[in-house]
Design a protein around this ligand. Structure first.
Ligand SMILES: O=P(O)(O)OC[C@H]1O[C@@H](O)[C@H](O)[C@@H](O)[C@@H]1O
Length: 317
């Protein structure tokens, strides 16, 4: 009840009230519950507040000063601030927060299709409302688990029952995500997916290491007819339009964002990677970000009750 009372004060949309009431027991009471206790606000690890466009967002804060924000709409992480206060993620200036269009920036989900394909580009998970399934805090590192389930909207594009759980864990110098897709249907299904991470960068000075030797599907110059090739470079830069899939990517990449940060991008079970910078197609902002995406381009097939789990760990030293 304390949770609902605190949340109600920010005029939460109906869907959030129901998602909060479904919030399971925390190991340690955090965030909203503590907010209702008044003076303890400084020790909050998790809050749910009204974000842009009135959309609810989960804010996690670690004891060391790192912070992250996750919109329930799209289950989209839009901010990851390290203790210095710098935000290592980027939200495009043309991003809209209207609960209809996907948020353009941060870490949008591509599911159940990376695309292109029969449904809308990057699938529907990034423009559906996720709910809060659980939250916890372990040794000063808060986490939240969001959940997405099929509904009539998803069935109109992809006629399967599924559950997606997305756990986001904030440490002082790292941000980890765990995505679990479960087939809750009576028939098998297959999907592709990605975490379409937008990193704040000086694109002209940014570079990525770790992809040498990978097989590539290069969408430059023709996105509808990707060219097969092999990456020969140790250090990949962004001198112009870049849109390339790397098949069989390694478990660790390094992004130099050109702004003074080296970001390690580790993963488990994301088989592929994608680099993207739209260059002059997005004249107002292409200089300020690069996308380095952990992806699953080849389709994963799940039988009923089977799950697939993939992890992404972003860290600075
Ligand atoms: O949907 P968004 O955020 O504008 O991103 C689109 C881009 O996403 C990238 O992942 C694809 O490789 C590009 O081909 C595509 O243009």
């Amino acid at each position: 009840m304390a949770i609902l009372a605190a949340v109600a004060s920010i005029s939460v949309p109906n869907f959030l009230s129901s998602s909060i009431s479904g919030h399971r027991q925390n190991r340690r009471p955090m965030g909203i519950a503590m907010a209702s206790l008044g003076g303890k606000a400084a020790s909050l690890g998790l809050e749910i507040v009204e974000g842009d466009g009135g959309l609810p967002k989960v804010c996690l804060s670690s004891e060391n000063g790192s912070k992250t924000e996750i919109y329930l709409f799209g289950g989209c992480v839009t901010s990851w601030k390290v203790p210095s206060g710098r935000d290592l993620l980027f939200v495009r200036p043309d991003a809209v927060f209207n609960g209809k269009k996907p948020v353009s920036g941060g870490i949008p989900h591509c599911f159940p299709q990376f695309g292109p394909g029969p449904m809308q580009q990057h699938g529907f998970a990034r423009n559906m409302n996720w709910s809060v399934a659980n939250s916890d805090e372990i040794e000063g590192s808060p986490n939240v688990t969001l959940e997405l389930k099929d509904d009539s909207y998803s069935h109109s594009m992809w006629d399967f029952c599924f559950q997606a759980l997305y756990k986001v864990v904030l440490h002082s110098k790292s941000l980890s995500t765990y995505l679990t897709i479960t087939n809750t249907d009576k028939k098998p299904f297959s999907f592709s997916s990605a975490l379409h991470t937008y990193f704040h960068a000086s694109a002209a000075d940014a570079s990525v290491k770790g992809l040498k030797g990978c097989k590539t599907l290069n969408k430059d110059p023709d996105p509808s007819n990707p060219l097969e090739g092999k990456e020969e470079r140790e250090v990949i830069t962004f001198p112009g339009f870049v849109d390339c899939i790397y098949l069989g990517a390694p478990k660790e990449l390094q992004l130099n964002n050109g702004l003074g940060d080296i970001i390690n991008i580790q993963n488990k079970n994301w088989s592929d990677a994608v680099l993207w910078n739209p260059h002059l197609q997005m004249e107002s902002c292409y200089k300020d970000f690069v996308c380095v995406e952990n992806a699953q381009i080849g389709k994963v097939q799940l039988e009923p009750e089977q799950s697939w789990v993939a992890e992404q760990h972003l860290s600075i030293s």
